[in-house]
Design a protein. Structure first.
Length: 242
């Protein structure tokens, strides 16, 4: 299978406007994401899908490929779908544009999962949550069946811990789609649960499509949403360099 990666990057973030262009160790955040995604061995092409010419220019200045997309997309998946129009590929990996410490091994894991499970239209990853993160609504939780297919995603703690023993898993915001399913997904009507939780992946489940969510086999780090996240990222990068 030929797998391409698309990095959706908006300028207009309510909590940290222009975050793809924020400086991180002498490079914009989006460059870190791009370079780490390029390091994945199973990806044939990497594109940044943006709605802002400033981001596009920054990407082109470091030799990356940028695609201009509409300002009106309701989520990153729809932006990715527009970006790959006319692109020849079998599958697409959607890498978040605000995760400068994205492990290339996770990108490869999603791509490999698409290759090895031709019956699965959509793939993502999960990881064990720390106890202090379980009640945080910004940490999306996921429960799966015995074959790693998602049963539900929620901002609430799931499963309910009446009896201790079940691991609580967080959801990593990296997605893989079969090309034909991505085209189909953007035409699906909004669904009650996806609207209630404000989680776009629930739309696929409510329409009867499987999402495979294996445990991540690589390092994961939080993305940048706020000024404090940016400060943390700068300190983290200094540790890596030293």
């Amino acid at each position: 299978m030929e797998i391409v990666a698309v990095i959706p990057a908006r300028y207009g973030s309510s909590r940290l406007p222009g975050k793809p262009l924020c400086d991180l160790g002498g490079k914009p955040v989006i460059q870190h994401v791009y370079e780490r995604t390029m390091s994945a061995g199973r990806i044939s092409r990497v594109m940044v899908a943006t709605d802002d010419e400033r981001i596009a220019q920054a990407v082109r200045s470091f030799g990356g490929e940028a695609v201009m997309t509409s300002h009106n997309h309701p989520n990153g998946t729809c932006r990715v779908a527009e970006a790959i129009k006319g692109v020849s590929c079998d599958g697409v990996v959607n890498v978040q544009g605000d995760e400068p410490f994205m492990d290339p091994a996770l990108v490869d894991q999603v791509a490999l999962c698409l290759c090895e499970n031709p019956e699965i239209p959509m793939v993502s990853l999960r990881y064990p949550l720390e106890k202090e993160e379980i009640d945080n609504p910004n940490r999306v939780k996921v429960v799966v069946d015995q074959t790693d297919r998602a049963l539900y995603f929620s901002r609430s703690p799931i499963p309910y811990r009446r009896v201790h023993g079940a691991t609580v898993y967080g959801h990593l915001g990296i997605y893989g789609y079969r090309r034909d399913f991505l085209d189909r997904y953007i035409s699906l009507e909004p669904t009650p649960l996806s609207e209630s939780e404000s989680l776009e992946q629930l739309r696929a489940i409510e329409h009867g499509y499987d999402i495979m969510v294996p445990v991540a086999r690589g390092r994961h780090a939080p993305g940048i949403d706020t000024d404090s996240d940016l400060l943390w990222a700068r300190k983290e990068l200094e540790k890596e360099i030293s």
